[in-house]
Design a protein around this ligand. Structure first.
Ligand SMILES: C[S@@+](CC[C@H](N)C(=O)[O-])C[C@H]1O[C@@H](n2cnc3c(N)ncnc32)[C@H](O)[C@@H]1O
Length: 202
């Protein structure tokens, strides 16, 4: 979806996700935070919901998002948790950042809403240093039949209306992006899946 769409969501995003946050999202955020270290990039940072979980684990932090309004909220949250950040507005598929420049790259709930998820994964792999970790969490195609049924219905409307895809599974795209899985975990019924990955052979 467009920058303008996400700008409009910025003021209400945390209220919209408040029900799911403690039930489904916080466990994934904690899993990711436990693995963050060093020079860190978070893409599609939104309102910065991950920052309170990992702020004390980073040495340098760069936050990017398509939406200037989302970045503004994330920047205020970073200030509230006391972590200095560099902000970069732009598309995750075309980051104005050098190759091999981060120890950790974080992306949560940020692949479900991009046009080309493989292009984004390749870009994240480009900026990750050999031996560094890509940490991701997304709502993905459920392992439960009922979950998949609901997701199929949602998929008929949400991609066009909100840019939201419910049946993606980034874990299956690691290999064509030049990445290999290190670890993964998931919620009940695999509604949310988190993973860590590194550059192949690194
Ligand atoms: C569903 S929100 C997730 C926010 C946050 N990562 C979280 O875990 O709560 C998706 C975010 O991705 C951003 N976004 C959407 N498309 C993008 C793109 N192509 N490049 C960068 N950011 C994008 C939106 O502006 C929004 O802030």
């Amino acid at each position: 979806m467009s920058e303008a769409y996400w700008d409009d969501q910025a003021a209400t995003y945390d209220r919209t996700t408040a029900f799911l946050e403690p039930r489904l999202l916080a466990p994934a955020r904690r899993w990711i935070a436990d693995r963050v270290s060093g020079r860190t990039l978070e893409v599609g940072v939104g309102t910065g919901a991950n920052l309170p979980y990992y702020a004390d684990r980073v040495t340098e932090l760069t936050l990017t998002d398509l939406s200037p309004e989302m970045l503004r909220v994330a920047s205020a949250r970073a200030a509230a948790v006391g972590v200095p950040v560099r902000l970069l507005q732009g598309d995750s598929a075309h980051l104005d950042l050098p190759d091999d420049s981060f120890d950790t790259v974080v992306s949560t709930l940020a692949l479900c809403c991009v046009d080309d998820e493989l292009a984004v994964l390749r870009e994240l792999a480009r900026v990750l240093r050999p031996g560094g970790l890509l940490l991701m969490a997304d709502h993905v195609e459920s392992s439960a039949r009922l979950g998949r049924g609901v997701q199929s219905v949602l998929e008929r409307v949400t991609p066009a209306r909100a840019g939201e895809h419910y049946r993606r599974r980034p874990l299956l795209l690691l290999e064509p992006a030049g990445l290999e899985l290190v670890e993964s975990a998931a919620s009940r019924w695999r509604l949310v899946e988190q993973l860590s990955a590194k550059l192949v052979g690194s």
